[in-house]
Design a protein around this ligand. Structure first.
Ligand code: SF4
Ligand code: FES
Length: 355
């Protein structure tokens, strides 16, 4: 069994933004359910003990936690490389200085669009874009490396060239361009977000050109959407293979969207050690390896490359988490994707919200 490479620590589901593609579950955890500072410190020590090298401090918006500096310090003291995944709208120079002193190693800042009006419509928060630009400056002035994360979809892909220029202008060394993945809130907004094939092809061409143009100055990671694919992605590098997440309420998850699979129960750090959850829990072993696979995955030459695709997507589209991911053209349910593409247009967003 591999060790998990990184821990995704979802510190809270609270967030000032309301992005319609948020990867948090539709049932958001209230602040009263969140793990305490002491509980997170124990999680970080246990994560380091089973081989994790880094922690992504995420949310929601992790800086919405008043103890974000103490949490960062605890992760650093446990020996983990610390990455803050933030919307940036709550970040000022004072907080940045305290986070750096606590041992923060890296900041990943989200951006919703290159055009401020579009960005604020997508994120559902007025004034957010200017605050993000200021946050980028604060991170760079603190001397920390900056990655910009742009989730792209039907309603911002026309600004992709400008998004890449934004990453350069804001001083990012890395840009993640990630097409929306459709579960949770994004599934609820799928008709508004799915790109056309023409948009996808143009985006892929723009990324290839930009990689050449900015070689040595800006690294561009690119995550493509499943809905136009013939084979699925190796989601999470395989269930229970490399990824370990802990939700705000302490559930230990094989992927950030795993709670969207109805009927599955996940161990909780309040009752189980991370080692037991990773090695022995029913939830982590359910789709580990290849023995669980149905046809056509069973015996397929790609079984140990894509691990049958995404369990959350299989559940979201077919109601069966053990089905072959319909993103695979060999799946008998591959036609579900074409049907979704045929329905897509640009209706209004259903914004992320509690309750
Ligand atoms: Fe991957 Fe299964 Fe499709 Fe083979 S049949 S390519 S293992 S999803
Ligand atoms: Fe959960 Fe793919 S998002 S397995």
């Amino acid at each position: 069994m591999n060790a998990p490479l990184a821990l995704l620590a979802e510190l809270t589901h609270r967030c000032p933004l309301r992005c319609p593609y948020c990867s948090n579950p539709v049932e958001l955890a209230r602040a009263s359910a969140e793990l305490t500072t002491v509980e997170w410190a124990r999680v970080f020590e246990e994560a380091a003990a089973i081989g994790c090298l880094q922690v992504h401090l995420s949310g929601g918006e992790p800086t919405a936690r008043r103890d974000i500096v103490e949490i960062t310090a605890a992760a650093h003291c446990a020996g983990l490389y610390t990455n803050l995944i933030t919307a940036g709208v709550l970040l000022d120079a004072s907080l940045m200085a305290r986070l750096k002193a606590a041992g923060l190693d890296h900041v990943q800042l989200s951006v919703q669009d290159a055009d401020p009006a579009g960005a604020e419509r997508i994120g559902g928060m007025r004034g957010a874009h200017a605050r993000k630009e200021a946050a980028a400056r604060i991170v760079r002035e603190a001397g920390l490396p900056l990655t910009l994360n742009a989730v792209v979809h039907r309603q911002n892909l026309h600004n992709l060239v400008l998004l890449i220029e934004t990453a350069r202008a804001w001083g990012a060394a890395r840009l993640e361009i990630a097409h929306v993945q459709y579960y949770g809130w994004a599934l609820a907004n799928r008709d508004a977000l799915l790109p056309t094939r023409e948009q996808l092809e143009e985006a892929t061409r723009i990324v290839e050109v930009a990689r050449q143009t900015h070689r040595g100055r800006l690294v561009i990671d690119y995550v493509v959407p499943d809905y136009h694919a013939a084979r699925p992605k190796a989601c999470m590098g395989g269930w229970g293979n490399r990824f370990l997440g802990v939700s705000p309420a302490g559930h230990v998850l094989p992927c950030h969207a795993a709670e969207s699979i109805a009927g599955m129960e996940f161990p909780n750090v309040r009752e189980t050690s991370l080692r037991d959850a990773w090695e022995d829990s029913e939830a982590f072993n359910r789709f580990r390896g290849t023995a669980w696979m149905p046809a056509p995955c069973r015996g397929c030459e790609r079984a140990e490359q894509d691990w049958g695709g995404c369990r959350c997507q299989a559940f979201a589209l077919t109601g069966n988490a053990a089905a072959t991911d319909p993103a695979c053209a060999l799946s008998p349910q591959h036609g579900l994707l074409a049907a979704a593409l045929a329905r897509s247009g640009a209706p209004a967003f259903r914004y992320r919200e509690f309750g």
